[in-house]
Design a protein around this ligand. Sequence first.
Ligand code: GYE
Length: 325
Amino acid sequence: MKRFFSILLSLTMLLGMAGCSGARATEPVNKAFVIGFSQVGSESDWRVANTKSMTSAFENDPEYDLVMENARQEQENQFTAVRKFILEGVDFIIIAPTVEEGWETVLTEIKDAGIPVIIMDRSVAVEDDSLYLTNIGSDFLRQGKLAVEWLNGEIPSDKQAKILHLQGTIGATAQIQRTKALEDAVATHSNWEITSQLYGDFTEAKAYEVMTEYLKTNKDINVLYSENDNMTFGAMRALDEAGITYGNGGQVKIITFDATKEALQYCHDGRIDLCVECNPLFGTTVKDLIKKYRNGETIPKHVYVDETAYTTKEITQEFVNSREY
Ligand code: GYE
């Protein structure tokens, strides 16, 4: 009986060892480089395209593991996500900040943990720029300038521009800079006025709601300056319902930012006057920057993506069809 048990014990040990070595054999030799990514939310088509660009740059690459947390447009959620990344000991952190202010503490915590950070899309307002490696995204002030330059050519000096301004998330770089370009231009054009600034939070639903309310009592506008496409779509619905025409030959000239496929189609069809491009497709650029960092190469402190502006004249149906976002 004793002998039977000892054979059984040896067999069990053997099997156990085989089991162990089996498990070891399936473990990757080199662990993946883990990146924690705090994304703003899913408020717009731009954002959805940006998320897709980021995830597809890293998926199917065994060298990387991108872990994304959606902040649902709340900075507090970003702080929670980042602290979780620190606790988990990720190798790298990417933050697309909801708003510019308030990042000092959490960025210092990341630095103290020895984790490198890339800020993407929008920016952070911190004095010490050693708190992040680089900031990649759009030149939002340039986008706004492209818009007001175009408007300058559209409004003769003896005519009034009555501009309704739809603003995105207050405090986000995209809002701050696009607003600045408009306000600066209004200050230097005596025939331009902002009739009102409405808060649309970069979403279609919010823009529709505030526009509907506004148009109940104010219909005297001839320009809509909308800080992203989704707010523009909401505004177009509200304008339709209020019986106000827009676009080519209409009462209101529409300026929109992002130049998504849907907005370009409206522009091509003469329903939107100007689409200022904001390119969300920089996932592979972010990945290249991380590779450079890992190779010890120096990377620039600010990386801007290429962008332009379109009126109906520059847009063909083929171009709209080929648009990725
Ligand atoms: O224009 C808007 C999005 O920060 C560039 O955020 C981004 C802006 C974009 O919600 O659609």
